[in-house]
Ligand binder design. Structure first.
Ligand code: PGA
Length: 251
Protein backbone atom coordinates (compact mmCIF):
# COMPACT_ATOMS: atom_id res chain seq x y z
CA UNK A 1 0.00 0.00 0.00
CA UNK A 2 1.11 3.55 -0.68
CA UNK A 3 1.81 5.80 2.30
CA UNK A 4 -1.16 7.99 3.17
CA UNK A 5 -0.25 11.64 3.77
CA UNK A 6 -3.34 13.22 5.28
CA UNK A 7 -4.17 16.84 6.08
CA UNK A 8 -6.71 17.80 8.71
CA UNK A 9 -7.58 21.47 8.28
CA UNK A 10 -9.84 21.43 11.34
CA UNK A 11 -12.00 24.60 11.69
CA UNK A 12 -9.67 26.80 9.66
CA UNK A 13 -10.05 28.67 6.36
CA UNK A 14 -12.91 30.24 4.42
CA UNK A 15 -13.93 28.62 1.14
CA UNK A 16 -11.81 31.12 -0.77
CA UNK A 17 -8.74 30.42 1.36
CA UNK A 18 -9.22 26.66 1.09
CA UNK A 19 -9.52 26.81 -2.70
CA UNK A 20 -6.32 28.86 -2.86
CA UNK A 21 -4.38 26.45 -0.62
CA UNK A 22 -5.61 23.39 -2.51
CA UNK A 23 -4.75 25.02 -5.85
CA UNK A 24 -1.26 25.92 -4.61
CA UNK A 25 -0.78 22.41 -3.24
CA UNK A 26 -1.73 20.74 -6.53
CA UNK A 27 0.84 22.90 -8.29
CA UNK A 28 3.51 21.65 -5.93
CA UNK A 29 2.49 17.99 -6.28
CA UNK A 30 2.38 16.06 -9.53
CA UNK A 31 1.41 12.43 -9.98
CA UNK A 32 5.08 11.72 -10.81
CA UNK A 33 6.29 13.28 -7.58
CA UNK A 34 3.78 11.27 -5.55
CA UNK A 35 5.03 7.80 -6.58
CA UNK A 36 4.54 5.74 -3.41
CA UNK A 37 2.37 8.36 -1.67
CA UNK A 38 -1.34 9.16 -1.57
CA UNK A 39 -2.60 12.54 -0.40
CA UNK A 40 -5.78 13.15 1.53
CA UNK A 41 -7.24 16.58 2.35
CA UNK A 42 -9.90 16.89 5.04
CA UNK A 43 -11.18 20.49 4.95
CA UNK A 44 -14.32 21.88 6.62
CA UNK A 45 -17.69 20.77 5.25
CA UNK A 46 -18.24 24.27 3.80
CA UNK A 47 -15.52 23.86 1.19
CA UNK A 48 -15.71 20.17 0.28
CA UNK A 49 -17.63 20.96 -2.89
CA UNK A 50 -15.09 23.58 -3.99
CA UNK A 51 -11.90 21.73 -3.03
CA UNK A 52 -12.86 18.28 -4.39
CA UNK A 53 -12.62 19.16 -8.10
CA UNK A 54 -9.19 20.75 -7.55
CA UNK A 55 -7.83 17.55 -5.99
CA UNK A 56 -9.31 15.31 -8.62
CA UNK A 57 -6.89 16.80 -11.18
CA UNK A 58 -3.93 14.96 -9.62
CA UNK A 59 -4.23 11.15 -9.46
CA UNK A 60 -3.52 9.90 -5.97
CA UNK A 61 -5.15 12.89 -4.22
CA UNK A 62 -8.36 12.31 -2.28
CA UNK A 63 -11.01 14.31 -0.43
CA UNK A 64 -12.11 13.41 3.10
CA UNK A 65 -14.47 14.63 5.79
CA UNK A 66 -13.46 15.39 9.36
CA UNK A 67 -16.70 14.00 10.78
CA UNK A 68 -20.26 12.84 10.05
CA UNK A 69 -23.34 11.56 11.87
CA UNK A 70 -23.91 7.80 11.67
CA UNK A 71 -27.34 7.77 10.03
CA UNK A 72 -28.57 7.72 6.44
CA UNK A 73 -30.77 10.81 6.72
CA UNK A 74 -33.29 12.26 9.12
CA UNK A 75 -34.06 14.81 11.79
CA UNK A 76 -30.51 15.47 13.02
CA UNK A 77 -30.25 19.25 12.96
CA UNK A 78 -26.76 20.49 12.20
CA UNK A 79 -25.39 17.06 11.30
CA UNK A 80 -24.20 15.65 7.98
CA UNK A 81 -24.58 12.16 6.55
CA UNK A 82 -22.08 9.98 4.67
CA UNK A 83 -24.22 10.03 1.51
CA UNK A 84 -24.11 13.84 1.50
CA UNK A 85 -20.32 13.69 1.79
CA UNK A 86 -19.96 11.11 -0.94
CA UNK A 87 -22.06 13.31 -3.23
CA UNK A 88 -19.40 16.01 -2.82
CA UNK A 89 -16.60 13.61 -3.74
CA UNK A 90 -15.47 12.43 -0.30
CA UNK A 91 -13.96 8.97 -0.23
CA UNK A 92 -12.56 9.09 3.32
CA UNK A 93 -13.66 10.27 6.76
CA UNK A 94 -12.04 10.58 10.18
CA UNK A 95 -13.56 9.21 13.39
CA UNK A 96 -12.29 9.40 16.94
CA UNK A 97 -10.06 12.44 16.53
CA UNK A 98 -8.84 13.57 19.95
CA UNK A 99 -10.64 16.91 19.66
CA UNK A 100 -13.92 15.06 19.17
CA UNK A 101 -13.14 12.67 22.04
CA UNK A 102 -11.93 15.32 24.48
CA UNK A 103 -13.54 18.62 23.41
CA UNK A 104 -16.86 17.23 22.13
CA UNK A 105 -16.91 14.32 24.61
CA UNK A 106 -17.59 11.61 22.06
CA UNK A 107 -17.46 8.19 23.74
CA UNK A 108 -15.81 5.06 22.35
CA UNK A 109 -19.21 3.48 21.53
CA UNK A 110 -20.26 6.42 19.35
CA UNK A 111 -16.94 6.37 17.53
CA UNK A 112 -17.47 2.65 16.91
CA UNK A 113 -20.90 3.44 15.44
CA UNK A 114 -19.33 5.92 13.06
CA UNK A 115 -16.72 3.43 11.90
CA UNK A 116 -19.39 0.83 11.14
CA UNK A 117 -21.76 3.27 9.49
CA UNK A 118 -19.03 4.93 7.46
CA UNK A 119 -17.74 1.61 6.14
CA UNK A 120 -21.27 0.45 5.46
CA UNK A 121 -21.85 3.66 3.47
CA UNK A 122 -18.76 3.08 1.36
CA UNK A 123 -16.40 5.61 2.95
CA UNK A 124 -12.85 4.62 3.81
CA UNK A 125 -12.46 5.24 7.53
CA UNK A 126 -9.53 6.54 9.55
CA UNK A 127 -9.90 5.60 13.22
CA UNK A 128 -7.89 8.02 15.37
CA UNK A 129 -6.64 6.83 18.73
CA UNK A 130 -4.17 8.10 21.30
CA UNK A 131 -3.47 8.54 24.98
CA UNK A 132 -3.47 11.73 27.07
CA UNK A 133 -0.36 12.78 28.96
CA UNK A 134 -1.94 11.65 32.24
CA UNK A 135 -2.60 8.21 30.77
CA UNK A 136 0.99 7.98 29.52
CA UNK A 137 2.39 9.01 32.89
CA UNK A 138 0.19 6.40 34.57
CA UNK A 139 1.66 3.69 32.31
CA UNK A 140 -1.64 3.16 30.55
CA UNK A 141 -0.69 3.73 26.90
CA UNK A 142 -1.30 0.14 25.80
CA UNK A 143 -4.48 -0.19 27.82
CA UNK A 144 -5.93 2.97 26.23
CA UNK A 145 -4.90 2.06 22.68
CA UNK A 146 -6.26 -1.49 23.04
CA UNK A 147 -9.59 -0.19 24.34
CA UNK A 148 -9.96 2.50 21.67
CA UNK A 149 -9.13 0.00 18.92
CA UNK A 150 -11.38 -2.76 20.25
CA UNK A 151 -14.36 -0.43 20.78
CA UNK A 152 -13.76 1.53 17.61
CA UNK A 153 -13.75 -1.64 15.54
CA UNK A 154 -16.19 -3.67 17.64
CA UNK A 155 -18.86 -4.08 14.97
CA UNK A 156 -16.69 -3.40 11.95
CA UNK A 157 -14.47 -6.46 11.90
CA UNK A 158 -16.30 -8.12 9.02
CA UNK A 159 -16.15 -4.98 6.87
CA UNK A 160 -12.68 -3.52 7.48
CA UNK A 161 -9.96 -4.25 4.93
CA UNK A 162 -6.53 -2.78 4.23
CA UNK A 163 -8.17 -0.46 1.72
CA UNK A 164 -11.19 0.64 3.74
CA UNK A 165 -9.60 1.13 7.16
CA UNK A 166 -6.59 3.04 8.43
CA UNK A 167 -5.66 3.82 12.03
CA UNK A 168 -4.04 7.08 13.12
CA UNK A 169 -2.00 6.99 16.32
CA UNK A 170 -2.09 10.54 17.67
CA UNK A 171 -0.88 11.01 21.24
CA UNK A 172 -3.10 13.77 22.60
CA UNK A 173 -0.14 15.53 24.23
CA UNK A 174 1.57 15.88 20.83
CA UNK A 175 -1.37 17.39 18.95
CA UNK A 176 -0.95 21.08 18.23
CA UNK A 177 1.68 21.42 20.94
CA UNK A 178 4.88 21.31 18.90
CA UNK A 179 5.88 18.40 21.12
CA UNK A 180 6.35 15.49 18.74
CA UNK A 181 6.60 11.95 20.08
CA UNK A 182 10.15 10.62 19.84
CA UNK A 183 11.03 7.87 17.33
CA UNK A 184 11.19 5.24 20.09
CA UNK A 185 7.74 6.21 21.40
CA UNK A 186 6.27 6.15 17.90
CA UNK A 187 7.84 2.78 17.04
CA UNK A 188 6.65 1.21 20.30
CA UNK A 189 3.08 2.51 19.94
CA UNK A 190 2.84 1.53 16.27
CA UNK A 191 4.18 -1.97 16.97
CA UNK A 192 1.53 -2.37 19.66
CA UNK A 193 -1.22 -1.10 17.33
CA UNK A 194 0.01 -3.48 14.62
CA UNK A 195 -0.14 -6.46 16.98
CA UNK A 196 -3.66 -5.50 18.07
CA UNK A 197 -4.79 -5.12 14.45
CA UNK A 198 -3.36 -8.51 13.53
CA UNK A 199 -5.20 -10.12 16.41
CA UNK A 200 -8.50 -8.32 15.69
CA UNK A 201 -8.29 -8.68 11.90
CA UNK A 202 -6.09 -11.69 11.08
CA UNK A 203 -6.61 -11.32 7.33
CA UNK A 204 -5.82 -7.61 6.94
CA UNK A 205 -4.16 -6.51 10.17
CA UNK A 206 -0.66 -6.70 8.77
CA UNK A 207 -1.49 -4.40 5.86
CA UNK A 208 -3.83 -1.83 7.42
CA UNK A 209 -2.09 1.53 7.31
CA UNK A 210 -1.09 3.06 10.63
CA UNK A 211 -0.59 6.83 10.44
CA UNK A 212 1.25 8.93 13.00
CA UNK A 213 -0.17 12.33 13.97
CA UNK A 214 0.92 15.02 16.41
CA UNK A 215 3.10 18.00 15.49
CA UNK A 216 4.35 16.53 12.22
CA UNK A 217 6.36 19.26 10.46
CA UNK A 218 8.56 19.43 7.35
CA UNK A 219 11.68 19.00 9.50
CA UNK A 220 10.57 15.81 11.30
CA UNK A 221 8.40 14.16 8.63
CA UNK A 222 11.35 12.52 6.86
CA UNK A 223 12.38 10.67 10.01
CA UNK A 224 8.86 9.74 11.09
CA UNK A 225 7.67 8.41 7.74
CA UNK A 226 10.49 5.87 7.56
CA UNK A 227 9.98 4.37 11.03
CA UNK A 228 8.74 0.77 11.33
CA UNK A 229 4.98 0.42 10.94
CA UNK A 230 4.50 4.08 10.00
CA UNK A 231 2.40 4.01 6.83
CA UNK A 232 1.52 7.67 6.67
CA UNK A 233 0.93 10.82 8.69
CA UNK A 234 -2.06 12.91 9.78
CA UNK A 235 -1.09 16.57 9.85
CA UNK A 236 -2.93 19.51 11.40
CA UNK A 237 -1.11 22.84 11.75
CA UNK A 238 1.59 22.19 9.15
CA UNK A 239 -1.01 21.18 6.55
CA UNK A 240 -2.57 24.64 6.46
CA UNK A 241 0.12 26.02 4.14
CA UNK A 242 0.58 24.38 0.75
CA UNK A 243 4.36 24.70 0.91
CA UNK A 244 4.86 23.03 4.29
CA UNK A 245 2.34 20.28 3.58
CA UNK A 246 3.92 19.55 0.18
CA UNK A 247 7.31 19.25 1.91
CA UNK A 248 5.79 16.72 4.32
CA UNK A 249 4.09 14.77 1.51
CA UNK A 250 7.38 14.49 -0.38
CA UNK A 251 9.59 13.91 2.71
P1 PGA B 1 -1.06 18.89 14.59
O1 PGA B 1 -2.50 18.17 14.56
O2 PGA B 1 -0.30 18.40 13.39
O3 PGA B 1 -1.38 20.34 14.53
O4 PGA B 1 -0.41 18.47 15.87
C1 PGA B 1 -2.62 16.81 14.21
C2 PGA B 1 -4.05 16.38 14.25
O5 PGA B 1 -4.83 16.93 15.05
O6 PGA B 1 -4.48 15.49 13.50
Amino acid sequence: MKKLMAANWKMYKTVEEGVQTATDLMQLLTSDSLQDREVLLCPSFTMLGAVGPILSKVPGCFLGAQNFYPAGQGAFTGEIAPEQLKALGCTYALAGHSERRHVLDEPDEFIGQKIVFGLHSGLNMILCIGETIAERQAGKVEEVLARQLAMGLANALSMATAKTLAVAYEPVWAIGTGEVAGPAEIVAAHAFVRAQLVSLLPEYGQKIRILYGGSVKPDNAGTIIHLDNVDGVLVGGASLQAKSFSQIVLA
